[in-house]
Design a protein. Structure first.
Length: 378
C-alpha cells in the first residue's frame, strides 16, 4: 500500500503529548495522541506549531505540554489547527505541519492530479514536500565540456501548507541522466499563492504551463562552463569528501553503490564511491605529505589544486545525488552543488593558465608560497 494523506482540524488543547525520561534524566517526547489515536510528531510538526503560536521548545523546560497547550487555548483568539497526517502502508500516522485552517494549502491528491496532467518527469515525496521535475517552455540541448545538457526545473510543493512552493533551476546531464539542482537562493524562485486554495492551483498551473527563466539558466550554464576551466581546490574537494562521509555514516548513501572501483582499502576508501572519488581528486595526503588535510588552514587549502576540475566535482556530486543517495541524502548533496556554483570558485579560471594541475605549483605564487611554508614546517 502507498502513503496516503489525511487533513483534519482540531484545537491545540486536543493534542495530548506523551513524555518520558531519557538516560540523562531529561524529559523527552515519546508520542502524541489526537482523539485517542496515537500519532508520531515530526520535526516539521513542532517547527510549524511553534511558528503558529509564537513560542519555542525552551518553554517546556519550565511547563508541561498540557500546561502550555491549555494556556494557549485559553488566551489565543484562535487556537484552531489544520493538521496533515501522513499514513504509511500499515496505517501508522505521522503528523506533518500544522497551519491556520484559513491558510492556503495544496492537498496531495489535487497536486498529483496537476502534476500528472502536465507530464511531470519524476515525482518524489519526503518530509511533507512533493518534488517534481519538469521541462521549461524552451529546453534545447547544449554542450558543456563535451557533454550534452538540457535545462530543467524542479518544483518543490509542500502538501501540508507549511511554506510556499519553490522552483529551482536544474541541468540534466544527458549521458548518464545526472540532475544537478541549484538548491540556493541564487537559483530559487518562491511562488506566491494568495490566501485561498484556488490561488494555489492557479499559481502552480501558471508555472507548469509557461515557466522559463532564460537569464537564470544562462547563469547556471555559465557556472558549469567556468567549472570546466577551474581546478578544484583542496578546500572544495575536502568539503565534498566530508559531506559524503557524513551521509555514508548516516546510511543516506547506498553502501553498495557501484562506481568506478580504484583506490585504497581503508574503511571509507574501500567503498566503491570513495575509491572513485580518490581516483578523481588524486591522493592528496600523499601529494602534500600530510596525514590529515585539516592540518592546513582553510585559507591555504583554497590555494592548492587537486587533480580534478570543479566541473568534475559537480558531475560526481550530481551522480551521487541522483543515483546513489536516498531522498534526504540526495537533497543534501544537491545543496552542496547549489552552494558551490553560487559563489566564485577558489581557483576560478586557473585551468586557462595552467594546462596541468602540476604546472600550478610553478606558475602560482599563492600555491608556491603555501608549498614552501609546508616544506619548512615539515
Amino acid at each position: 500500500m502507498s502513503t496516503t494523506f489525511e487533513y483534519t482540524t482540531a484545537r491545540i488543547k486536543d493534542l495530548q503529548v506523551l513524555t518520558g525520561t531519557n538516560a540523562a534524566g531529561r524529559t523527552v517526547v515519546q508520542g502524541l495522541t489526537l482523539r485517542d489515536e496515537p500519532l508520531v510528531p515530526t520535526d516539521r510538526f513542532w517547527h510549524s506549531l511553534h511558528l503558529r503560536f509564537g513560542f519555542t521548545s525552551n518553554i517546556f523546560k519550565y511547563f508541561s505540554h498540557a500546561e502550555v497547550f491549555g494556556r494557549i487555548s485559553e488566551k489565543a483568539g484562535d487556537d484552531e489547527l489544520r493538521l496533515c497526517i501522513e499514513r504509511d502502508g500499515e496505517g501508522v500516522g505521522r503528523l506533518q505541519a500544522v497551519t491556520n485552517p484559513r491558510q492556503a494549502v495544496m492537498r496531495h491528491a489535487d497536486l498529483m492530479a496537476i502534476l500528472t496532467r502536465y507530464g511531470a518527469e519524476e515525482i518524489t515525496y519526503s518530509r511533507g514536500v512533493v518534488t517534481s521535475r519538469h521541462n521549461p517552455r524552451t529546453s534545447g540541448t547544449f554542450q558543456v565540456a563535451g557533454d550534452g545538457f538540457k535545462n530543467k526545473f524542479i518544483l518543490d510543493t509542500p502538501i501540508d501548507g507549511y511554506g510556499k512552493p519553490s522552483v529551482y533551476l536544474s541541468l540534466l546531464r544527458l549521458i548518464c541522466s545526472n540532475g544537478a539542482i541549484g538548491y540556493s537562493s541564487a537559483f530559487r524562485s518562491e511562488i506566491n499563492v494568495g490566501k485561498g486554495d484556488d490561488g494555489v492551483h492557479f499559481a502552480l498551473t501558471r508555472v507548469l504551463e509557461g515557466f522559463n527563466n532564460d537569464d537564470g539558466f544562462a547563469a547556471l550554464r555559465q557556472r558549469f562552463e567556468s567549472g570546466s576551466r577551474s581546478w578544484a581546490s583542496v578546500n572544495e574537494t575536502n568539503k565534498l569528501y566530508k559531506l559524503l562521509a557524513r551521509l555514508h555514516n548516516l546510511n543516506q548513501i547506498n553502501r553498495g553503490s557501484v562506481m568506478q572501483d580504484h583506490g585504497d582499502d581503508s574503511e571509507l576508501g574501500g567503498q566503491p564511491m570513495f575509491k572513485a572519488f580518490h581516483q578523481m581528486t588524486g591522493d592528496l595526503a600523499d601529494v602534500y605529505g600530510l596525514a590529515n588535510l585539516d592540518a592546513l588552514s582553510v585559507k591555504r587549502q583554497r590555494t592548492l589544486p587537486t587533480k580534478c576540475k570543479v566541473y568534475d566535482l559537480l558531475n560526481f556530486a550530481s551522480e551521487v545525488a541522483t543515483h546513489h543517495a536516498n531522498e534526504v541524502g540526495g537533497r543534501t548533496v544537491q545543496a552542496y552543488i547549489g552552494d558551490l556554483i553560487s559563489n566564485e570558485y577558489d581557483l576560478e579560471g586557473t585551468a586557462d593558465h595552467f594546462g596541468s594541475w602540476r604546472d600550478f605549483f610553478i606558475g602560482s605564487e599563492a600555491a608556491a608560497t603555501t608549498m614552501a611554508s609546508m616544506n619548512r614546517r615539515g
